[in-house]
Design a protein around this ligand. Structure first.
Ligand SMILES: [Zn+2]
Length: 387
């Protein structure tokens, strides 16, 4: 919902309606009486809101379970069959899109591989190609509620701009505006690590967590910090740039694309391994598993650097949970993470040692998560990030 210039009572009415809609989404099927109980609103207010939502076709009444002939309250559900979202994963080597319905079924998936982006307009060609193909499969255009993006780079999700993404050749790029001009739909952007933190905090492995940090080791390195269930953006939307943590010293401190030296990403990422050690992730994993001496030396340096960086971040932020993900960890996390865990626990102070370390089995499909971002916004209650 949009909050324009409206009166206070109108605003409260809209917030209440959005609260009810979100509860039906997260807890439906749910009866009117339970909506009143959970929101603290009166039965009459709930009746008015539910009538409005029914007339707008946003919710449906379902059949109550029978109870020996006694009348049971009618459960309400979201009318999700005719609601859709498009999610786009904007990676350095490909653009991947998924059209999903609001019941989390994938309707159509499209991937376009990119040899190399030539200039700042070039990624748009691939993005349009993917979205245009997906649009052909939307059964009812009215039902399409928006397009969400997961982006490897620094994103101002408020303004809808990409602050910096070296791989996409973007600097202060107005992605949201360009897409709204063409499609006229709500557009949502989020950095890939932040998006993971949002999705996992909503209904995933971090659902119970108030303080968590996500570490994504992939083509580059990203991290996202959730403090008191709010995503920490920082003054310029660049908080959590763990890739540029100073991790290597002496002769191991190599120049980074950011202009500094010795950054964690210069070795502990897919792009860093390739650029500075000449390995693909596949080759690196094979040589480590074959106990190749020279490669093992690099492996130990990387393991030590990651452990130190993460121990320092834990000492600063005292999170309840930290979560590892990304294709770098998908490939060699089985060897790397047990060692990192052990070293991190040995490095952090006693007071922080109850931190729980979680590893995702596999990096989630980010185009699906990006579609989830659209759904989350559609059911969002203003002034409240995750509830
Ligand atoms: Zn750097």
């Amino acid at each position: 919902m949009k909050l324009g210039k409206v009166s206070n009572s109108q605003m409260i009415k809209e917030i209440n309606q959005q609260k009810v809609l979100r509860l039906i989404y997260t807890e439906g099927p749910i009866a009117r009486v339970d909506l009143a109980g959970k929101t603290g609103l009166t039965q009459q207010t709930i009746t008015n809101i539910v009538n409005r939502l029914l007339s707008e076709n946003l919710i449906l009444e379902t059949t109550p379970t029978s109870n020996g002939g006694r009348r049971r309250p009618i459960p309400l559900v979201i009318n999700s069959r005719n609601m859709y979202a498009i999610g786009i994963e904007l990676a350095i080597k490909y653009v991947r899109g998924t059209l999903m319905d609001f019941q989390n079924n994938s309707v159509k998936e499209v991937t376009e591989f990119v040899p190399r982006y030539e200039n700042e307009e070039h990624p748009m060609e691939y993005i349009f190609k993917v979205i245009d193909q997906l649009l052909e499969h939307v059964p009812d255009q009215e039902g399409l509620k928006g397009i969400g993006f997961s982006i490897q780079g620094l994103v101002n999700s408020n303004k809808g701009t990409v602050i910096y993404s070296p791989g996409l050749r973007w600097r202060d790029f107005p992605l949201k505006k360009k897409l709204m001009d063409r499609y006229g739909l709500p557009i949502y952007l989020e950095n890939d690590a932040n998006l993971l933190a949002i999705v996992e905090s909503l209904n995933g492995k971090l659902a119970s967590s108030e303080q968590s940090i996500v570490f994504k080791f992939d083509y580059g390195i990203g991290s996202a910090m959730v403090i008191n269930r709010q995503l920490l953006h920082g003054a310029n939307y660049v908080a959590g740039e763990l890739g540029h943590y100073k991790a290597f010293t002496g002769s191991d401190a190599i120049a980074c694309h950011c202009g500094a030296k010795g950054c964690l990403t210069t070795f502990a990422s897919i792009s860093g391994l390739k650029r500075n050690a000449g390995f693909t992730l596949e080759e690196f994993s094979k040589k480590v598993r074959a106990n190749d001496l020279e490669t093992m030396e690099l492996f130990e340096k990387i393991q030590g650097a990651i452990a130190k960086a993460i121990a320092n971040v834990i000492t600063l932020f005292n999170p309840e949970h930290i979560l590892f993900t990304g294709r770098f960890m998908d490939k060699i996390g089985d060897l790397l993470i047990p060692l990192i865990k052990k070293e991190v626990l040995a490095l952090i102070p006693d007071s922080c040692r109850n931190v729980k370390i979680i590893v995702l089995d596999e990096t989630p499909d980010e185009s699906r998560s990006a579609a989830g971002l659209v759904m989350n916004h559609f059911f969002n209650v203003p002034f409240n990030e995750f509830y």
